[in-house]
Design a protein around this ligand. Sequence first.
Ligand code: ADP
Ligand code: MG
Length: 368
Amino acid sequence: MMSGTSTDGVDVALTRISGRGLDTNVHLLSFATYSFTPQMRHRILHLVSASTEEICEMNFILGEILANCALKLLPHAGYKPEQIDFIGSHGQTIYHLSGAAGRRNSTLQIGEGAIIAARTGVITVCDFRPADIAAGGTGAPLVPYADFVLFRKKGKVRALLNLGGIANVTIVPEKLDEVIAFDTGPGNMVLDGLVEIKYQGRKRWDVGGHIAARGKVDKSLFRDLMRHPYLKRQPPKSTGRETFGAAFVVDLWIKAQGMPFADLMATAAYFTAASIHRNFEKFIFPRFAVDEIFVSGGGWHNRTLMTFLASLFRPIPVCQLDELGMNGDAKEAVAFALLADATIQGLPASAPQATGAERPAILGKIIL
Ligand SMILES: Nc1ncnc2c1ncn2[C@@H]1O[C@H](COP(=O)(O)OP(=O)(O)O)[C@@H](O)[C@H]1O
Ligand SMILES: [Mg+2]
């Protein structure tokens, strides 16, 4: 189970796993996203500056929500909780400190695993990130190990691009210790933020990218956006709402006063695509001859964003992850099933060169 920075809902994947370590196979049996109510989403988004009391309580409330999500998917897929070996739950990140000046690397995911285990009666693995921080890393990204296990292909260099709230990429060459992965910047976050201001919460995102498709890119605003320092920062790097959330979006909204909304959306979509491409130019293409790019995450559904990406990356094909037989919306939840499997087997499942850790770590905490 996974809930990302978009805070759109909980992704639940039911999988059948066989094999071990790098030879693990995962078959997706069923998948659903259960949306948060607007009130719950609002509470989660406010946790960044909430009281300790609120955080304490929300850890348990989210635990109940996660347990319910698991229990909802099972009958739908024709399974009973007794048939499930374990649950892997990422939880909701409410804060992540990595490489901040004068601050200790640290991270906090909530959604109490003890509640999930108690309500479902299923062994639950949660809290994946701290073990990597204990090993000297930043605790993110953790999906690269899963990307390597699931999608490596002899003789090819594949890029796995996930367009969640933030966009992140994993480069999968033939060897695990050559994998690189980092956040490129915004995925849907800036686009969603603009829609939220314009429609005051009546619309959640630009469905299909139709609004952006009607607009025209404002060159001067685009150039200004491309000067953002995150684009130049050397990986390993990660980012989030602190950088591309409400403050960034409000600033952009003010800068674009008088511009038709469709043009602002087109410009933000083009910036999102170009920021991804710029990171490839600076940090990936000098080291890897990328053969193909596979896109997962909600951003795939934004056709305007995808058209921009395809034209920027041409002649490298930008494909849907589904072409590799994996539902792109389910990828991150599937990854945490695979990571939980490694935990249960006592195997490390991090990619130290992606997180900056000194050694691979066995991730997660197990609630029996
Ligand atoms: N039909 C759609 N059209 C355009 N954008 C969409 C569509 N469906 C989902 N999205 C985008 O995908 C986001 C959710 O993507 P997701 O991969 O779940 O991100 P996260 O991992 O951050 O939760 C939404 O906030 C929205 O921006
Ligand atoms: Mg999501």
